[in-house]
Design a protein around this ligand. Structure first.
Ligand code: 7RM
Length: 698
C-alpha cells in the first residue's frame, strides 16, 4: 500500500473533493471517487500507564468497559444518558423524558421537563464542597503574573456581575455580547448570563467592529460586556474603541459594561458602565433563574459557506452534560488536575473546555491570555512547569509554529506534570503529531486528536475513551465518543458500509451536545445540516474509515477554510472584497500553508479602467478585509485576473483556481462544463507572471 505521510497529499486528496458552492451532488461524487491513503507508522497506548476508564461515569453504570458503555450509549441512549444526567447534574426538577428528538425536522430535545441552572452546576455545587479550590488560573500575558480565583471567589463575582446586569435591565432570554479576552471577568460574564437566564454570545476579541456589529444586530443584543483594552503578546488592543465603533450601528444595545484590564483611561460614552465599580455595589449572591433544559444557554457565531455567519444555538442541560462528560473522558481528567486548554473563549473550544466542561467537573482550569511565542517560543512549556498543568490542549497551528524552533525551548522546562496532550481545530499532520508526542510529551503522554465542531458542542471523535492499553494511531481522531454514531455517505446519499472507505461524515443519531438551531433561522439549520442526508446530521467534513474501523478526518467538503484553526467561509472574504468599487468580482480559495494550515488566496477581477494602480487596489482590499472581518482573514495572495472560470450556469469553478494556485495544473480534471475553456490558459499565465514577481509585490 502506498504510504505517504505528507500533509499535502492528504490535503490534495480532500481538496479534490471540494465543490462548486452548494452543488452537493457534484462534490459527493468527486469526493467519494478518491481514495485517501491511510498512514500508519507506529501506534501508542491510549491510556498510558493509567487504568482504563475513570471509574465513576455514574453509579448505575459502574464497572463497564468502554466497549460496553459505547454499545449501551448507542443501543439504549435513554438508559445511558438518563442515568448519567440524573447523577451528574443538579436538577431543580427532574426531567420527564431523556430525549424527544426528530432529526429530520430538527426538533432536538434532551431532558424535556427538567429544570436546572448551569451556573449552579458550575459553581454552587463545588462551593458547597470545596469553596477554596482554585477554579481559574488566569495565565496573564506577562509570564509569572498569574492570578488564582477560587470557586467561592468566582461564584461571588458571577453573582455581582449577574446583579449588575439585572440592575441595568437585562432579563431572562435577553442576549448579551461578550467581547473580551480570556479573563476571569469574561468567565464570570458568561456564567452571570447563565445565572439570570440571559443568552451570551461571545465574539472573539480579534474581530473587527463591523463583524462585531453584524453579530450584535443578528442577535439583537441588549448589552455588550468588554474591557477598556486587551493585552496580548506584549501589545495593547483597543477593545473599547472597537465596541464604540460597532454599537453606533446597533440600536438594540442599551448598555456597554467596561472592565479595566489596563490602567489606561479610554473615552466613555453615555451608555457605558464601569463594570468593576458597579459590581462592588452589588450583593455577592444572586438567586439563580430556574431554566428549562431546552432554554438557550448561548449562541456562538461560526462560518458556513455563505457570507453570513450563523448563530449556532446551544441549550442548557444537554450541552453541559456533554461538555463535562467529554472533558473527563477524552482527556482523562482526574480530580485535582490542572486542565490547560489554551484556546480563546471566543471559539467553541474555549466554551466547552476552558469554561463549561472543566467547571462542571470542579476542575482547575487555565485561562491563557498570551501567545505561543511571547516572550519566546518556550512560553507554553514554561507555563506548564510553573502551573503544573496536567492536560495540555492546543491547536496544530501552534505546534507547527513551535517545532521550527530549537528543541531546547521545550526541554529546558519540566513537563513531568503532563499526563495527556490534546489537539483540536484542524487535521494535525504527522510531523506536528510526532513532535508534540515525542518532544513535548517525552513519548509518555497519550496525545488525543479530537474532532468536533461548534455545532457538535463537544468532542465527537477522539482516541479516548478506549479500553485499557488500546492503541492510538498518530494523527487520527479514531473512536466515536459515547452516543456518537458516525456514518460515511456516498454520492447517492447512502451510508457506506464496511471499512477502508471514504465519504461524507455524518452522525446518525442525535446526541445531547448537538446544536439545536441557527438563531432566527431554523430553516437554514435544517438545510445546512439535516437535509443533505435525510435522517443524519451532516458535518461538512469528509472522513476515511480505516481497515480497523477508525476515523480519520480529511477536511471540509464545502467552501469553508481553516486559518490557524479558525473557521472562515471564503464567501465572507469575497463579500468584503466585493465592496471595492473597482472590483466587480472575486473568488477566494484556501491553499495549504506550513504553519497556519490554510491561507486564503484571492483571485480578483478589476473593472476595465487603466487608471487603477494594482498595488493600491490590493492595499485597499487588504484594508477592507481587516475592517469587515478581522486581520487574520486577509488573503496571503492576491492575483488579478481578467475573468474567473465559470460554468455555463454561471458558477465559479473553484477546483480550477485551487489547481492553479497549488501548481497542480497537469491534471485539471473535467473542464467540459466551463463556459469558455480558454479562461484556464489566461489564468495560468497570470499565475506564472505573479509567481515570477518578487514575493513582496504579490
Ligand atoms: C472545535 C472546532 C470545526 C471544523 C471541523 C473540521 C475542523 C476540528 C479537527 C478538525 C480535523 C480535527 N470547531 N476540525 N477539529 N479537522 N481534525 N481534530 O474547531 O467549528 O471552529 O471548526 O474544524 O473541519 O468541521 S469549529
Amino acid at each position: 500500500m502506498v504510504v505517504n505521510t505528507s500533509r499535502s497529499l492528504l490535503y490534495t486528496l480532500c481538496r479534490e473533493a471540494v465543490s462548486f458552492r452548494s452543488e452537493l451532488r457534484f462534490y459527493k461524487s468527486a469526493f467519494v471517487s478518491r481514495q485517501v491513503f491511510h498512514c500508519q507508522r507506529r501506534t501508542y497506548s491510549a491510556n498510558g500507564t493509567k487504568t482504563s476508564l475513570s471509574p465513576n461515569i455514574c453509579s448505575s453504570l459502574a464497572g463497564r468497559s468502554y466497549k460496553e458503555l459505547y454499545e449501551l450509549s448507542v443501543e439504549d441512549p435513554d438508559t445511558f444518558w438518563g442515568s448519567i444526567a440524573k447523577e451528574r447534574l443538579l436538577w431543580n426538577r427532574p426531567f420527564d423524558h431523556v430525549n424527544n428528538c426528530d432529526i429530520s425536522t430538527g426538533r432536538i430535545n434532551w431532558f424535556p421537563g427538567g429544570q436546572l441552572n448551569v451556573s449552579v452546576n458550575c459553581l454552587d455545587v463545588h462551593v458547597a464542597k470545596h469553596p477554596n479550590r482554585v477554579a481559574l488560573v488566569w495565565e496573564r500575558d506577562e509570564p509569572g503574573t498569574e492570578v488564582n480565583v477560587t470557586y467561592r471567589e468566582l461564584l461571588e463575582s458571577t453573582c455581582r456581575l449577574a446583579n449588575t446586569l439585572k440592575r441595568h435591565g437585562i432579563h431572562r432570554g435577553d442576549r448579551v455580547a461578550i467581547y473580551m479576552p480570556v479573563s476571569p471577568l469574561a468567565v464570570a460574564a458568561m456564567l452571570a448570563c447563565a445565572r439570570i437566564g440571559a443568552v451570551h454570545t461571545v465574539v472573539f476579541a480579534g474581530f473587527s467592529a463591523e463583524a462585531l456589529a453584524g453579530r450584535i444586530q443578528d442577535a439583537q443584543c441588549k448589552a455588550v460586556v468588554t474591557c477598556n483594552q486587551g493585552v496580548r503578546g506584549g501589545r495593547v488592543i483597543e477593545l473599547k474603541a472597537t465596541v464604540d465603533a460597532a454599537v453606533k450601528s446597533c440600536p438594540s444595545v442599551r448598555s456597554v459594561f467596561v472592565a479595566q484590564r489596563t490602567s489606561n483611561r479610554v473615552p466613555m460614552t453615555g451608555i457605558d458602565v464601569l463594570l468593576e465599580e458597579e459590581m462592588a455595589k452589588e450583593a455577592a449572591d444572586c438567586s439563580p433563574e430556574v431554566m428549562d433544559s431546552e432554554d438557550m444557554l448561548f449562541m456562538l457565531y461560526t462560518s458556513g459557506s455563505t457570507g453570513q455567519p450563523k448563530g449556532i444555538v446551544h441549550t442548557q442541560a444537554g450541552y453541559l452534560l456533554y461538555a463535562s462528560l467529554t472533558h473527563q473522558y477524552v482527556f482523562d481528567y482526574r480530580p485535582g488536575d490542572v486542565f490547560g486548554c489554551v484556546a480563546d473563549i471566543g471559539w467553541v473550544t474555549g466554551h466547552s473546555y476552558v469554561v463549561y466542561g472543566p467547571l462542571c467537573n470542579g476542575a482547575t482550569t487555565v485561562l491563557f491570555e498570551s501567545t505561543p511565542v511571547y516572550p519566546d517560543p518556550g512560553r507554553y512549556w514554561e507555563t506548564v512547569e510553573r502551573l503544573g498543568i496536567n492536560q495540555f490542549y492546543g491547536a496544530p497551528t501552534a505546534i507547527r509554529l513551535l517545532l521550527k524552533y530549537e528543541e531546547s525551548w521545550v526541554k529546558k522546562y519540566d513537563r513531568s506534570s503532563l499526563k495527556t496532550l490534546g489537539s483540536v481545530g484542524e487535521p494535525i499532520n504527522h510531523e506536528a503529531w510526532e513532535w508534540f508526542y515525542n518532544v513535548v510529551g517525552d513519548g509518555r503522554c497519550p496525545l488525543v486528536d479530537t474532532w468536533w465542531q461548534t455545532e457538535t458542542g463537544g468532542v465527537c471523535i477522539a482516541p479516548r475513551p478506549a479500553e485499557d492499553g488500546a492503541e492510538i494511531i498518530p494523527a487520527m481522531a479514531m473512536r466515536p465518543f459515547f452516543g456518537v454514531q458516525p456514518a460515511l455517505m456516498d454520492e447517492t446519499g447512502a451510508a457506506i458500509t464496511g471499512n477502508d472507505v471514504s465519504g461524507a461524515l455524518c452522525i446518525s443519531k442525535p446526541w445531547p451536545g448537538m446544536a439545536r438551531t441557527i438563531y432566527g433561522d431554523h430553516q437554514r439549520f435544517v438545510d445546512a445540516y439535516l437535509k443533505p442526508y435525510p435522517g443524519y446530521y451532516f458535518t461538512g467534513d469528509g472522513a476515511y474509515r480505516s481497515k480497523d474501523g477508525y476515523y480519520q478526518i480529511t477536511g471540509r467538503m464545502d467552501d469553508v477554510i481553516n486559518i490557524s484553526g479558525h473557521r472562515l467561509g471564503t464567501a465572507e472574504i469575497e463579500d468584503a472584497l466585493d465592496e471595492h468599487p473597482g472590483v466587480p468580482e472575486t473568488a477566494v480559495i484556501g491553499i495549504p500553508h506550513d504553519i497556519k494550515g490554510e491561507v486564503p488566496f484571492a483571485f480578483v477581477v478589476l473593472k476595465e479602467d487603466d487608471s487603477l494602480d494594482h498595488s493600491v487596489v490590493i492595499e485597499d482590499l487588504r484594508g477592507l478585509v481587516a475592517t469587515k472581518i478581522a486581520k487574520y482573514a486577509i488573503p496571503d495572495h492576491f492575483l488579478i485576473v481578467k475573468r474567473l472560470p465559470k460554468t455555463r450556469s454561471g458558477k465559479i469553478m473553484r477546483r480550477i483556481l485551487r489547481k492553479v494556485a497549488t501548481d497542480e495544473t497537469s491534471n485539471l480534471g473535467d473542464i467540459s462544463t466551463l463556459d469558455d475553456p480558454s479562461v484556464v490558459t489566461e489564468i495560468m499565465q497570470a499565475y506564472t507572471r505573479f509567481k515570477n514577481q518578487p514575493a513582496q509585490k504579490r
